[in-house]
Design a protein. Sequence first.
Length: 443
Amino acid sequence: MSESSQATHVCKAGNGRAVLTPPLGVKLAGYFHERIAKTVRDDLYARALAIENGGRRVALVSCDLIAMCEEVSAAAKQMIERECGIPPENVLICATHTHTGPEIRPAAVMPRTEEYSSSVPRRIADAVRSAHDSLFEATLHPGRTEAHGYAFNRLHRRKDGSEVFGLPQSLESVIAPAGPIDPELQTLTVRDREGRIRAMAVNHALHPDVIGGGAGDFISADWPGVMARTIATIYGDDVDCLFLQGTAGDVNHRPHAPTYMPVNGPRKAEQIGRALAGAAMYSAERAEPMDDLTLEGAMQVISIPYYTRDAALAEEVKRLRAAEKLGPMDKHVLERFETWPYDGKDAAVPIQTLRIGEVGIVGLPAEIFVRIGLEIKQYSPARFTFPVELANANVSTYVPALDQAERGAYGARPILSRWLCADAGRRMSDAALKALHEMWDRG
């Protein structure tokens, strides 16, 4: 490429990171039973990418945390705006969803450590400030590929129309997986004027609940951390890989067929992290630079009704109360049923849309079933669309697709894992697509 033609592709970009590793002794998030962090297997990070063009700036931040909450993201965005001049609607802060990290959400199943949680906004802002202060002339390269064999829909449809988590031993009642997966892996790669890769954002839908297997008593970033380390090993220790979690609310890593490969724990996390790093590098190494370097961000807050306790849930609670022995999840349902504060109320749901040239990014504030992300991709005006869950806030644990919301599986069970009305996903998707089309119509 000639010097003159390359100049049309050039913007400014920078990357940075800040350590998010909590002190030992914190309670680990992601399960309904207590786990205490005894060791650090690998550090947690906030990784940031800042981009500037035509007087506008955007920032992406990926945090090795179970989720994001508005309290943390809003405080971080205030610092970022004050110190870097990037408006809040142009800053996306999301979580990778590691289950071997601390809790930061208020009133979660596992109590958070207040001193640590209050330090997280400053750490996120430091990562963005580091990225902003290191701006260099860059080209942006969007790419895509597919990675098969690592993600599986974790819900199954039964003959009676209900759905169940996992694959039950009684297979005669099961028809097939209850939903699809999204094998697409998308990248946004930053190269400097010499062509060296300096940073990469990776969007893929796969639940990071691998390394601890529900019993781990250590801190780890799970397979996204392995992916980031693998990419840094190839391209340089100063290269940051931001994992932007796709819509993976009903997708995990457990194959349904017998396999000689690892199915859980550290070996599985290493396998997935290395494999998806390879897919990301394959995508990045053949990605062309973008001519379009438009930068724009928007945040809208839509009103969605919360779930209101009904006769069906009351009947389930009656059955649970009569049971001789209950597991942690059922106990949680009983506790929340008595104190559920949202009957007849609406949730304020932030939906973020970002445009980075040919790339449209949608930030959604919960764990989102994969069908919803596929719909956003299908109807988006962008050439590349990154649906990103666990972004900016936490308005519900899960948001299922409409046709799965009443079928009883984990992710759809009211109070336990679904806090919003049955068609919350449709409302979020519609709002996001409308905002994307408005952005692209402006040119």
